[in-house]
Design a protein around this ligand. Sequence first.
Ligand SMILES: [Zn+2]
Length: 135
Amino acid sequence: MCAQNHKKPSWLRAFAGERCPRCRKGKMYKYPIWNLGKLLQMNSHCSVCGLKFERETGFYYGAMYVSYAFTVATLVSEFLLLTSVFNIQNPDTWFLVILASLALMLPIFFRYSRVLYIRMAGQVNYDYDPETEQP
Ligand SMILES: [Zn+2]
């Protein structure tokens, strides 16, 4: 086997690609993000290392807090951008711009909050090597 296959992708690259937190290669989601009807359908296990993505029943309820943090951070940063950089003082404009951007960002927030949450709270053994050990 080629030596390139043993090397893990970087944490950031795996996060951006919604990959398994342990091997950083297997896909967490079944469908791409633009398939909004099946946005949150996840693979049950990693196809590369066998990590179970649903750590326990209702595990991803905790990802709502991460999604909330993403939403608040976006809301505050857009407000600051509109008022200080673009000097827009009309509350109706703030509301419309922030609402439109949140509507566009929500699918991203939903998925990446789960990706981040399993990394933070998934109790994953990151030292596990699928080449040498059994799942
Ligand atoms: Zn994996």
